[in-house]
Ligand binder design. Sequence first.
Ligand code: EPU
Length: 418
Amino acid sequence: MDKFVITGGAALRGEIPTNGSKNAALPALAAALLTAEPVTLKRIPRVRDIRTMQRLLVDIGSQAEVEGETVCLHTPQIVCPEAPYELVKTMRASSLVLGPLVARCGRARVSLPGGCAIGGRPINLHILGLEQLGARIHQSHGYIEAEARDGLRGAVVHFDRITVTGTEDLMMAAVLAKGETILRNAAREPEVVDVADLLTKMGAQIEGAGTSTIRIQGVEKMGGAEHTIIPDRIEAGTFLIAGAITGGDLAITGCNAGHLDALVSKLQQAGVDVTQPDGGTLRVLGGGKLRSVDVTTEEYPGFATDLQAQYMALMTQAEGIAMITETIFENRFMHAQELARMGANIRIDGKQAIVAGPHELTGAGVIASDLRASASLVLAALVARGETVIDRVYHIDRGYERIEAKLARVGAKIRRVE
Ligand code: EPU
């Protein structure tokens, strides 16, 4: 198992380019199942979750050609409409094939995901939605079996709570349903809009993506398309915090600054100088005194839960008390104990973490528990005195493409050891 060895103290200076979004690329890959024609996706990040999704699609019947960041998927036929437990347990987003499979071939068998380090990850809302579109659902042996031999039919689906992949899954199912589908209380994340853009290029009729009501007029058939994935706002946000926490001067290029408004606003309130030289670049200039600023995670356009752990690392270095409230997942504070081992003063009380700062962090052996928690530990290590060894960095490889190489290029003392 790989580890990162990081020696803290270097201010990061230079440019870091942003990759394509993992969470937009995953549903885009699944969308390729909706057509027998080739779908070419550009700016696909080379991270482990993407390779897992590609493996799943090949098992289902896709031919995949990968060249650099471009992936061409061609699925003349669905050979096996199934997402097995072995893959779903390593990546919950595998359930994104459910909607496309039922829509394309009238049946799907998808393992239930089970628990996860950050909390329960049920897919009950995906299932309820599909039932409303006319699928018959049966659960046995840990699997969901969905059937709609005569095709799906449009319906009004009201999500009890906002779900990102649930919205994407239902949107993909509805594009081939007979008649109109209306998704209410839909997720408004940029990743949902990106999938809607791809589906539209493939022939779908979708209105309202990016708002909480999405209207889809079903079409007979979907076709091939070429599409470039949006920049990864969580990767870009992680690097913004890296610039702030090390007191450096970083330009994050190739990002969509508008997708990062909530984080940028918090950083500015905390005393970090963030400017936008152009729409695709954010420049962060650290080094001033950091102030504690409270944060509550919310669905987009609120503060992303996927940036909460990284923001907590920053708050350990800020003057005052920061209250960090996590409202999306029930157990997403696993990084707090590891940060505390490095010297942070953090108290957890239910959905809230109370961070008192600033406290000097010192290098220690720590364990990465999930993707974003790992990013938080890397950020803390960059500012800690001495050496930090982060174990189980396979978590970070799920969603960051060669983070150590990107950070080393701007001056971080970080290396990967086996
Ligand atoms: N939920 C249900 N029932 C459902 C679906 C969700 O109760 O059927 C609950 C979840 O348990 C959670 C909340 O609703 O408490 C929101 O979950 P959501 O479905 O929005 O999460 P997701 O679609 O499984 C995506 C991202 C996550 C990100 C969340 C929230 C992908 C592949 N994953 O997950 O990304 O944290 O939205 O923004 O898009 C990450 O990249 O590190 C990551 C975990």
